[in-house]
Design a binder for this molecule. Sequence first.
Ligand code: HEC
Length: 141
Amino acid sequence: MKRVVALALAALLGSPLVARARETEKHDYLLHCSGCHRPDASGTPGTVPSLFGIDRFARSEEGRAYLVGVPGVAQAPVSDERLAALLNWLVREHAAARADEAALPFTAGEVARLRAAPLRDPAPVRARVIGTTEGIGEEKQ
Ligand code: HEC
């Protein structure tokens, strides 16, 4: 029985269905995020943050509210399901921590709740979560 499950899982992971889902997330990123964060997610120092290591925001409640609440995320013109998938893909792609320390994935329900309250002033929330506003255009003040 275990072998059947393992085989089914292996087949699913290698299947075109899973590959197509990843393509959707990449496509959503390129369409709705890369104009500011750049196609490789490196951002523009001092104005648009790089997304490398964004898993650091996914490890606390306030961090998750920040991640979903920044205007570019909360107001992205995609469904809650697609946004959750996009964030999970981004966190996987650009995590600083090892895979076995992966942050909990976002669900559509959590995204719906958090994006309903977009952050008007993200900087102080970011400072509380990771202790700095460096990288989002506030450091020179
Ligand atoms: C119009 C430009 C723009 C677009 C489009 C945009 N962002 Fe952003 N993003 C920013 C800026 C600027 C910040 C810094 C916080 C703020 O002022 O909103 C930010 C912050 C973030 C952060 C927090 C990172 C940190 O280090 O503080 C994440 C995560 C993020 N954006 C992801 C996304 C994703 C995912 C998309 C697409 C769905 C997206 N953004 C679309 C400009 C943009």
